[in-house]
Design a binder for this molecule. Structure first.
Ligand SMILES: *Cc1c(COP(=O)(O)O)cnc(C)c1O
Length: 402
């Protein structure tokens, strides 16, 4: 029963003739960029040079923040920031995040105290932070999941009452805005960005620690230099956390066009959102009123009852249409092998468990043609229309497997 109206998983022709790219970096490779990279190579200064200094100045200016310290990666930024913070014990953080958030804590001898998320914004829920603060913690680390700002104002208020510092994993959120209109990067003791290629603003690899605390920034600059203040008498156990000059130069070029890149992403998301708003059971990650997201990931939750298929079967049906998806974050950090020993040390995480089961990330990159969005939308609608048949087919396949 092959027909053009059948979903590909049931034998129909895939909506797309070739696989869609799930994500792609949008990078400058114009003559100005190539000339700048050539200049760096010709200069012989491959690290600790003028590109780094210029990038740090330009980013501090862009964000409206006192200091931007460029580092080798988002992970390095998180690790160095926690090292300089010098706290011990528990650090409150969501489990619904990328593993690197928790790794940075453990590398510093801290214990992640996982708390639950808000089911709509998918970012850490202030009331669960509040409960965890009463149990005692050295720091709170909210995460701007998928590039959407966490409820930082409320969390800072709560943490302030316990005199606990807030340090923010802003890795995917460079260019996002808080509900009060300020750019992400301006709150907490520090906000840490990643400039890896999957983020909207990239240096190839790299990271930025943004802070208004001059003393903290100075410490970070020593920490990224092995802890060597300049006299080779190490003041602390640092590491090589530097961003190379070629990466800094590339980041400067990408910074110059960041607004265009983010505008393009937001237009594509609006198109997705408008077209999918009539499909029952699909819910977009909520961006708080007045805030903006970078949409590093286009995250939706799939309600199996309303949509007719669970997330995993939906993903299989999309894959058959040549549409790759991701399941961020499944498993959530607290159920990953490296963290299972912490089970029992944190409260139940029902919203996290549910998001891990229900969230699907659809393809998105800044230069994605609108026609591709429309094809993905067509595939989603077709799958939804045939949900019952797909459910039966998937059940039969799974039964045959066991
Ligand atoms: C990307 C990301 C990181 C890690 O950044 P790297 O530059 O890859 O080390 C950390 N936390 C979150 C939430 C991220 O999205």
């Amino acid at each position: 029963m092959t027909s053009v109206t059948q979903p590909a998983i049931l034998g129909g022709r895939p909506i797309l003739a070739a696989p869609v790219m799930f994500a792609q970096p949008t990078v400058s490779s114009d003559a100005t960029t190539l000339a700048l990279l050539g200049e760096v190579l010709a200069s012989g200064a491959l690290t600790k040079g003028p590109q780094l200094t210029a990038l740090e100045r330009e980013i501090a200016e862009f964000l409206g923040v006192g200091h931007a310290v460029a580092v080798a990666s988002g992970s390095a930024g998180l690790m160095l920031a926690l090292r300089c913070l010098g706290v011990s014990g528990n650090i409150i953080m969501p489990s619904f995040t990328f593993m690197a958030t928790a790794h940075a804590a453990v590398w510093n001898g801290l214990t992640p105290l996982f708390v639950d998320i808000d089911p709509d914004t998918l970012t850490v829920a202030p009331d669960s932070v509040s409960a965890a603060l009463r149990a005692g913690a050295g720091a709170v680390m909210p995460v701007h999941v998928s590039g959407t700002p966490a409820d930082t104002a409320n969390i800072m208020d709560l943490a302030g009452r316990h005199n606990v510092p807030v340090i923010i994993d802003a890795a995917p959120a460079f260019g996002a805005r808080y509900p009060d209109g300020r750019l992400v990067g301006t709150k907490g003791l520090a906000e840490i960005f990643s400039l890896s290629p999957t983020k909207s603003f990239t240096a190839g690899e790299g990271g930025i620690v943004a802070t208004n605390d001059g003393h903290f920034a100075a410490e970070l600059r020593v920490a990224r230099e092995y802890g060597n203040p300049g006299d080779f008498d190490s003041a602390m156990v640092g590491t090589n956390g530097r961003m190379p000059e070629l990466s800094a130069a590339l980041a400067r070029r990408n910074l110059a066009r960041l607004d265009d890149v983010l505008d393009a992403r937001r237009r594509l998301v609006a198109r997705y959102r408008q077209a999918l708003s009539c499909v029952a059971g699909l819910r977009f990650q909520r961006v708080p009123a007045g805030a903006s997201s970078t949409f590093k990931d286009l995250s939706l939750t799939v309600s199996a009852e309303q949509f007719g298929l669970d997330r995993d079967t939906f993903a299989r049906a999309l894959a058959a249409e040549q549409i790759p998806t991701r399941q961020y974050f499944d498993p959530p950090v607290h159920r990953q092998t490296a963290y299972r020993h912490l089970a029992g040390s944190h409260p139940p995480l029902p919203n996290t468990e549910r998001a891990a089961r229900e969230v699907i990330v659809l393809p998105l990159y800044s230069h994605m043609p609108e026609a591709v969005v429309d094809q993905v939308v067509t595939a989603v609608a077709r799958i939804h229309r045939h949900a019952e048949a797909i459910r039966a087919f998937a059940a039969a396949v799974d039964a045959g497997r066991t």
